[in-house]
Every structure is written in structure tokens, then in C-alpha cells.
Design a protein around this ligand. Structure first.
Ligand code: A3P
Length: 272
């Protein structure tokens, strides 16, 4: 339904644009695109096609809520609008700004093993730099400086889920927040999506035949409205093989943060 919206800017009778009732706030490289595209299968969900960066970029935020609403797709009364911008999760301003707009909004956060997320983040930047002919560095050379873990590295900072979560919990109650397990979404997407349907109080409409495993891609792809599609080739890229000692250093750095996060959200994950 997203592509329909972009091909015809005309407004179908009985529809209008709404500010999102649900926002996927992150985390970057957690599987945010997969989550959004898979939720788009649901007939009661419409999604914003692009990352809007309304709450995290000041130059957009000053344009106001009407600007934001006008970027949303047309929807019927029984549909909910979802936007995703992964940068919100680590943004200092996003929690307050979202709360100011709609204090009863529902938030979706998709997280994966923090070390895996760092490697995925690195891989994305690595390919972006290659494409723009900028020099690239080995993962180990960025992560280890003078023999110790470079905890200032942005990708490591973004994986401190407890630090970021604390800011969200200042404004939102846990019953407004649903955490999607990004590792599970990769392996058994239906299971995670059914939990989201329940969280959003939607009738169960996403079914197993909406997914098929694509051997070449190595990931699940989507079958919906008689069409089959996989995510863009930038999603699900092979990761570098990382030195075992460096991996251990990352695991042990995140261990305490993970524990504190599990306590904060009263939920555990199988992270290293
Ligand atoms: P990798 O490319 O490192 O494997 P985001 O959309 O937030 O940037 O997240 C990208 C990640 O989504 C990918 O990271 C990939 O692991 C994950 N993902 C989950 N389900 C996927 C799917 N069905 N197809 C492709 N990638 C998927």
C-alpha cells in the first residue's frame, strides 16, 4: 500500500493523513526496515515509506506537526499509521518531543545483540564509504585503540541500550512500549509479528504464507497481495569475521549494560 500511495498522490475517498499512532523508534540496524515492511502486510496498517527524521533533526522539527502529518500516507478510519526513524532511539530530544505530540502513542523498539549491532553498523558505514570512495578501516582497528576498547566509537555508544532506554522511560510507561527481538525476527518473523499485532490490538491478519525463505538472500522475504519481495540488498549484508579476542571484549563490555537493560524493561534476551 506504500507504493500505491506514492504512485497516486490523489486522495482516495474516505481517507486522510494522520500523525502516527505508532512509531518504530529504533534501533539503527536492529531490523527496523524488515519490521516496518512486514507490518505493512496488515490491512489495518499504513506505513510512511521513508525515514522522516522529524523528532531527531531540529531543522525538521521546527517545521511543525502539520509538516509531519503531510508526510504520512492516506489512511482509512480503521487503519493505524506507522512511521520508522531508527535515529529516534538514541536521540536526546525524541522522547520528550514524541510525548509532547501524543503522550499515548505506542512505541516499537527492535533490538538485537548489541555486539552484532555494532558489527552491522560498521558494515553499513563501510559500504557507504566504499561507494563514496572514502578510505575504510578494518573493524578491529576502529574498535581497539591503544590496546583497549574504544568505547567512544559511535556504534558502540548506540548499543548501550540501557543508557538510551532510561531516557524513554522518563516519558513513557512500559505498557506503551513493545520491544521486538531482532534476532527472532530474522529467524521466525511470524512469531514476532503476532506479538506486535496483539500489542497494537489488531486482529491477527499476518500469516505464515506471508513469508518464504529465500536461499540466495539467506533471509525471509514477503509475499503479500499476490506479490513477492525481499528487502533491499543493503539489508542482510555479510559481516566481516571479527577477531575472537575483540569479540570477547565487546561481549564483556556490554554484559553489565544488558543486565541493567533487562531489569529496566523486565524482559530478558539471549544476548552474549
Ligand atoms: P545486516 O544487514 O547487518 O544483516 P535496519 O533495517 O534497522 O537497518 O536493520 C537491518 C538488519 O535487518 C539487517 O542487518 C538484517 O540482519 C535484519 N533483517 C531482519 N530481517 C530481515 C529480512 N527479512 N531481510 C533482510 N534483513 C533482515
Amino acid at each position: 500500500n506504500t507504493s500505491d500511495y506514492y504512485s497516486s498522490q490523489s486522495q482516495p475517498p474516505g481517507t486522510s493523513r494522520h500523525i502516527p499512532q505508532t512509531i518504530i523508534v529504533g534501533v539503527r540496524k536492529g531490523g527496523t526496515r524488515a519490521l516496518l515492511e512486514m507490518l505493512d502486510i496488515h490491512p489495518n496498517i499504513v506505513v510512511a515509506a521513508t525515514e522522516v527524521h522529524f523528532f531527531d533533526w531540529d531543522e525538521n522539527y521546527i517545521k511543525g506537526t502539520e509538516w509531519y502529518r503531510n508526510l504520512m500516507p492516506f489512511s482509512y478510519k480503521n487503519q493505524i499509521t506507522i512511521e520508522k526513524t531508527p535515529g529516534y532511539f538514541t536521540s536526546l530530544h525524541a522522547p520528550k518531543r514524541i510525548h509532547d505530540m501524543n503522550s499515548s502513542v505506542k512505541l516499537l523498539i527492535i533490538l538485537r545483540d548489541p555486539t552484532e549491532r555494532v558489527i552491522s553498523d560498521y558494515t553499513q558505514v563501510y559500504y557507504n564509504r566504499l561507494e563514496s570512495h572514502k578510505p575504510v578501516q578494518r573493524f578491529e582497528d576502529i574498535v581497539i585503540k591503544n590496546g583497549v576498547l574504544n568505547t567512544k566509537y559511535k556504534a558502540i555508544q548506540r548499543s548501550l541500550y540501557d543508557v538510551h532506554m532510561e531516557r524513554w522511560l522518563k516519558y513513557f510507561n512500559m505498557n506503551q512500549i513493545h520491544i521486538v527481538d531482532g534476532n527472532t525476527l530474522i529467524k521466525t518473523p511470524l512469531k514476532e509479528l503476532q506479538k506486535v499485532e496483539r500489542f497494537l490490538n489488531l486482529p491477527p491478519r499476518i500469516v505464515s504464507s506471508n513469508f518464504y525463505f529465500n536461499q540466495t538472500k539467506g533471509f525471509y522475504c514477503i509475499r503479500s497481495d499476490g506479490k513477492e519481495r525481499c528487502l533491499h540488498e543493503s539489508k542482510g549484508r555479510p559481516h566481516p569475521v571479527v577477531n575472537g579476542t575483540v569479540l570477547e571484549q565487546l561481549y564483556s563490555y556490554f554484559r553489565e549494560h544488558n543486565r541493567s537493560f533487562y531489569k529496566m524493561v523486565n524482559q530478558s534476551f539471549n544476548w552474549h
